[in-house]
Design a protein around this ligand. Structure first.
Ligand SMILES: Nc1nc2c(c(=O)[nH]1)N[C@H]1C(S)=C(S)[C@@H](COP(=O)(O)OP(=O)(O)OC[C@H]3O[C@@H](n4cnc5c(N)ncnc54)[C@H](O)[C@@H]3O)O[C@H]1N2
Ligand code: MOO
Length: 409
């Protein structure tokens, strides 16, 4: 039987040190050009500048009449009707007005328009109730976007509004960063495929499926490497196979002190282990290595530790690989709606439900914070940053929290 190690050879790094070490290695991947309207969720790899003024000609802002402001309150002769997609207008002479619809180009000679509600029209004559200034109710050239203006900057994640802006400008192809391909390997002799029969004591592989979903949510492309049993050569082969196909490799399990915890020595043999322990709960044995320039995360086997470590350490790296200018979740101050007990020896990220109530963020935890209890992540939209210590934080105290999902009201 192999000797059991009594002490980890890996120094414990702080959360901040671990984050800085990872982010220093997570440089944006290459860019590629894709169809703009299929780019939802992708990150722009270059600034987008407007090739034209929007609007390109002066336009009516409302339905009414185009006219010359200098004619004052004098009744005008109505000489025609202009619609947004209609025929080109003729020159408007002094004393004339033309009906004009919202979005129609202002005819030459006109310098203002008046909404229909402020007028009457009788026997071909227009009577207006208000004097106008040149430019009244007119959308001027470049009012919405100026030619040459930077409308989107590199590092922006494309959403519905960004797609609308690109369509407005007729930009149909855009540069975006490549999505990281992320290979995920579950390890452990006790771990079985969720659809297979489960021998007594075995656990179903929830980590690989949960991590694949988390990778997709972070904008990456997950690749499943299946389950590797606790055999050095099997795990070595699986890791090399994963690195062949992916930019990032994530393993689950086998990183703590057991005789079957083989991942750390394997990563050290194949590349550089930057750290092997973090003063952090849940996820103390989280390990980070680089192999041939690729990022490798050895996440703990406990389901909560694996997903929380992903959220705190892997997700920002995946966002940075995609060139996201803001790769981190927002941090807010929350008021505790119930007492919170810290972990005596490590800062802990407790799973919470954050609500916005009466002008402040409030938080309740999701119950038992055991590393094996996935239900502690169900419905959670935040991670409460609880410093190590012995003193209970009473209800009403405030602590920082990462907002990991939509706010609940
Ligand atoms: N003597 C010590 N023991 C442990 C330490 C320590 O410092 N000294 N650290 C503890 C901490 S903290 C954590 S976290 C865990 C992490 O251990 P491993 O990453 O080595 O994980 P395993 O031992 O492989 O598994 C832990 C647990 O999770 C279950 N598991 C594993 N893979 C999966 C999967 N794919 N899906 C669902 N569940 C999985 C596994 O059956 C175990 O129950 O170590 C502590 N021990
Ligand atoms: O760091 Mo481990 O996740 O506490 O159980």
């Amino acid at each position: 039987m192999a000797e059991m190690l009594r002490e980890s050879p890996y120094p414990m790094v702080s959360i901040a040190e671990a984050t800085a070490t990872i982010m220093a290695q997570a440089r944006p991947l290459a860019s590629e050009e894709i169809e703009a309207f299929s780019a939802l969720g992708r990150v722009l790899a270059g600034d987008i500048t407007s090739p034209e003024d929007i609007p390109d000609v002066p336009k009516s802002a409302m339905d009414g009449y185009a006219l010359r402001a200098a004619d004052g309150l004098t009744p005008r002769r109505v000489v025609g009707e202009l619609t947004a997609g209609g025929a080109a207008a003729v020159m408007l002479a002094p004393g004339e007005a033309t009906r004009i619809m919202t979005g129609a180009p202002l005819p030459p000679g006109a310098d203002a328009m008046i909404p229909v509600e402020l007028t009457t029209e009788r026997d071909g004559m227009l009577y207006i109730q208000r004097e106008l200034q040149p430019g009244d109710y007119v959308h001027v050239v470049g009012q919405d976007v100026r030619r040459g203006q930077t409308v989107l900057t590199a590092g922006t994640t494309i959403g519905a509004a960004e797609i609308g802006i690109l369509a407005t400008l007729g930009i149909t192809r855009i540069p975006v960063y490549r999505q990281p391909r992320v290979a995920i390997l579950a390890t452990g002799d006790e771990v079985v495929e969720p659809g297979s029969p489960r021998p007594a004591g075995a656990v179903r592989d929830s980590n690989r499926y949960a991590l694949m979903a988390a990778v997709r949510e972070a904008g990456g492309i997950p690749i499943s490497l299946g389950i590797a049993r606790d055999d050095r050569d099997v795990q070595r082969q699986a890791i090399l196979h994963g690195l062949d196909q992916a930019d990032v490799l994530i393993t689950s399990g086998g990183v703590s002190m057991g005789t079957r915890d083989l991942i750390k020595p394997l990563l050290a043999e194949l590349g550089t282990v930057h750290f092997g322990r973090i003063a952090f709960k849940p996820g103390k044995p989280t390990t980070f290595a680089t192999i041939g320039g690729k990022l490798v995360f050895g996440l703990p086997g406990y389901p909560v530790s694996s997903l929380v470590s992903f959220e705190v350490f892997v997700r920002p790296a995946l966002r940075a690989l995609q060139g996201d200018a803001s790769p981190f979740r927002p941090q807010i101050e929350v008021t505790l709606a119930e007492p919170v007990r810290p972990s005596p020896d490590r800062p802990e990220y407790q799973r919470i439900i954050v609500r916005y109530q009466e002008g402040r963020f409030t938080a309740v935890t999701t119950g038992s914070q055991s590393s094996s209890r996935l239900l502690s992540l169900r419905g959670a939209n935040g991670l409460l940053l609880v410093p190590a210590g012995d003193t209970v934080y009473p209800a009403g105290s405030t602590l920082p929290a990462l907002l990991t999902g939509p706010l609940i009201v």
